[in-house]
Design a protein around this ligand. Structure first.
Ligand code: VGL
Ligand code: ZN
Length: 244
């Protein structure tokens, strides 16, 4: 443990000891208090860890590459692992170039506000491939979304029209999943929409914060955490996940 890690640990442990004393718990129980215990009914949802969202890609998420080794470490510990891939047609409705608009501006579409993205994750391009360092061996399902040319698809569960399902809820339920841990790119768009929809589909939902990174346009990170909290999405750091 480095000195600053130790300091952080002592600070956290001190806080927990106080909480434990209040709750009448011993130190061991106190240390276990903040943990999520993961078992057979938990699934891992890895959102859009694609070249396009990693620096060097067409819609880079700052520090996006950092999540790859961390996700590789954790994926094999879940019984059910699903990874998603943003998979747009050329000239997709979410592309600024399709409408002659400035990237990151917003337009109104029949299904709601649409951010105008740079062309990204076009079907069949290297930009749309899952990152080459991402270990795919533990993924039982790779789910593509956003392939409808006229509707964007942030969420792993529904298109942005909020009514066209991807089938993921049925898949997870059929595999006995009751709680999903969500991570990947980007926290404030596809991770957020997937997490909120996971709640709507009846799953307990937990975002793994350090295994996700955000784009953060016009305060979207803060807004995303607010929205997720409102929907009952919990958040955790990977060190506080325990596999039983
Ligand atoms: C995403 C913007 C556009 C994401 C996808 O994966 O978060 N963001 N398309
Ligand atoms: Zn997209």
């Amino acid at each position: 443990m480095t000195r600053s890690n130790r300091r952080e640990f002592l600070k956290a442990a001190g806080g927990m000891a106080v909480a434990a004393a209040t709750a009448g718990l011993g130190l061991r129980e106190a240390l276990a208090m903040g943990k999520f215990k993961v078992g057979d009914t938990d699934g891992l949802l890895v959102i859009d860890v694609q070249n396009c969202f990693i620096p060097g890609g067409t819609l880079p998420v700052p520090d996006g590459a950092a999540v790859v080794p961390l996700i590789n470490d954790i994926a094999g510990k879940f019984k059910c692992v699903v990874m998603t891939q943003d998979w747009h047609t050329p000239g997709h409705i979410s592309f600024a170039s399709t409408h002659g608009k400035e990237p990151f501006s917003v337009i109104k579409l029949p299904y709601g506000d649409q951010v105008m993205w740079p062309d990204h994750c076009v079907q069949g391009t290297d930009d749309a491939n899952l990152h080459s360092d991402l270990d795919l061996t533990k993924a039982q399902l790779i789910l593509r979304k956003g392939f409808n040319p006229n509707v964007d698809g942030y969420s792993a569960f529904y298109d942005n029209d909020k009514k066209t399902p991807t089938g993921l809820a049925g898949y997870l339920k059929a595999r006995g999943v009751k709680r999903v841990f969500v991570c990947g790119l980007a926290t404030d768009f596809c991770v957020m929409w997937s997490s909120v929809d996971a709640r709507k589909a009846g799953f307990k939902t937990v975002v793994i914060e350090d295994l996700s990174r955000g784009i953060d346009v016009r305060g979207s990170m803060e807004a995303a955490w607010k929205e997720m909290t409102k929907a009952g999405v919990q958040r955790v750091m990977s060190r506080d996940i325990e596999f039983v």
